[in-house]
Ligand binder design. Structure first.
Ligand SMILES: Cc1cc2nc3c(=O)[nH]c(=O)nc-3n(C[C@H](O)[C@H](O)[C@H](O)COP(=O)(O)OP(=O)(O)OC[C@H]3O[C@@H](n4cnc5c(N)ncnc54)[C@H](O)[C@@H]3O)c2cc1C
Ligand code: FES
Length: 270
């Protein structure tokens, strides 16, 4: 984890209230005696960062966002965010070149599934960002023979929320009202789809979607790695503001024990 100031490279509207924000990532080659830590490796898909929005301490809390892309050749990273309140409205008004105060990468990311499992990546709404990064990451790993090629299933309320951007071939778009792609939810699609191999589910999205995915994983005895988007305050394990209830009655801290957790252990109905 590190805190750094960086420059906004671009801010691109993708869909209704959705933006992609790209910025420079201070990845550098280690030099003799360098103890800055900036030469750390590429951040894992599923990890997140926090951005200070607005003035120096107003709003006080940094806003958490999952990484949606990482381009090591250009030292660039990205997040996809939905404009919702004060912090994200501030981000949506930034111009290229603006200074960003970032803390990250934070938390635990996704693990690669073993060979012989089909990685099935499922995103609802703003769960999109971490799943797009994971999809690109796993596609490269699959090309190198480390896992099977992933299938990515993205769900939206309607066509105006579907991002206008390059998606990996074979990505499935679902809309609740049928205005784009498959007519139905991501889970409706999963129930009818043949993934060819036993599935390993990866999910990020609204609680009802995660609860259904958990049941499906249980029925199919499939692994299920879930990224939880719990309310957070400090983002670094110091305040217990991000407690997530587990099925055994215990609690974990989403910011340090997650955000990626074993989805079959989470109490999604809590
Ligand atoms: C680990 C993690 C990763 C996230 N990744 C993304 C991402 O990739 N893209 C993205 O758009 N959003 C993401 N979020 C949610 C994002 O942090 C909030 O939408 C953002 O903080 C809202 O800030 P705001 O000041 O604009 O809104 P506020 O004025 O603070 O709140 C506006 C509304 O946003 C909702 N909200 C606020 N904070 C959260 C939160 N932490 N989780 C869920 N809903 C919230 C509430 O419903 C609230 O009414 C993530 C959250 C977490 C914890
Ligand atoms: S947000 Fe403070 S402990 Fe997780």
């Amino acid at each position: 984890m590190k805190r750094f100031d960086t420059r906004l490279v671009s801010l691109c509207p993708l869909a209704r209230d959705y933006f992609e924000l790209r910025f420079q990532w201070p990845l550098s080659k280690p030099s003799a005696g360098d103890t800055s830590g900036l030469q750390d490796t590429v951040p894992k898909p599923g990890t997140f960062l926090t951005i200070r929005t607005g003035g120096q301490y107003d709003p006080v809390l940094r806003r958490p966002f999952a990484l949606s892309d990482f381009d090591a050749s250009h030292n660039e990273a990205a997040v996809i965010f939905q404009k919702r309140g004060r912090g994200t409205s501030w981000l949506a008004d930034l111009q290229p070149g603006a200074c960003l105060d970032i803390l990250g990468p934070l938390g635990r990311g996704f693990d690669i599934p073993p060979r012989g499992y089909r990685p099935v990546l499922v995103a609802g709404g703003i769960g999109l960002g971490p799943m797009l990064y994971l999809a690109r990451f796993l596609a490269k790993k699959a090309d190198a023979g480390h896992c099977e090629a992933p299938i990515t299933v993205l769900g939206f309320r309607s066509a105006d929320f579907v991002p206008r951007m390059d998606l990996l071939g074979g990505t499935v778009i679902c809309t609740d009202d049928g205005s784009a792609g498959f007519h139905g939810t991501v889970v409706d699609w999963l129930l009818t789809a043949d993934t060819g191999l036993p599935p390993a589910y990866y999910g990020c999205g609204p609680l009802p979607m995660m609860a259904v995915l958990d049941r499906l994983a249980g029925q199919r005895r499939a692994p299920f790695q879930a990224a939880v988007e719990q309310w957070m305050a400090c983002g670094i394990g110091a305040c217990a503001g991000c407690a997530v209830a587990m099925k055994d009655g215990s609690y974990i801290k989403a910011c340090v024990d997650g955000p990626v957790v074993d989805g079959r252990l989470v109490n999604w109905e809590a």
